[in-house]
Ligand binder design. Sequence first.
Ligand code: FES
Length: 168
Amino acid sequence: MSNNRVSRRQFLSYTLTGVGGFMAAGMLMPMVRFAIDPVLQNHGGGDFIQTEHKIADITEEPVKVDLKFEQVDAWYKSEVTNMAWVYKEGDQIIALSPVCKHLGCMVNWAQDSAHPDQFFCPCHAGRYEKNGKNVPGTPPTGPLDEYEVSEKDGYLMLGPTKANTLVK
Ligand code: FES
């Protein structure tokens, strides 16, 4: 007969430890999953977002183009609408960010009657040329950012913004 018999006390101790551990894992797993869930999500950073504007409809006159996407901040999801000023230069589609490089107001195209071919910032009368170049002597200290541009099924796709490449 073997001397490795498990006593009743040991058997109960092992069983309770096993069941307790199993129950603790069952309670902790959802909590751990909840805590690190945002890290596990694939947010597809840098993806292009389809707009409702057809490439064929874009002209040399800058127009406002809305850019809607879902933003996730940790556990909070919200629908965000950004916009771009879009126009055609030859065969190239240009999409400029409307965010003024002075203090972040939204610029508009042709709003200043004295400078109808420029972007105008109403906050402090900042001005930009059509390619986004800030006009010297006005408050902005740099050119408007540019969006990455693409096309899908004839529709304009806008990607992340980047530093202006049009201003030499
Ligand atoms: S925020 Fe645009 S000029 Fe000041």
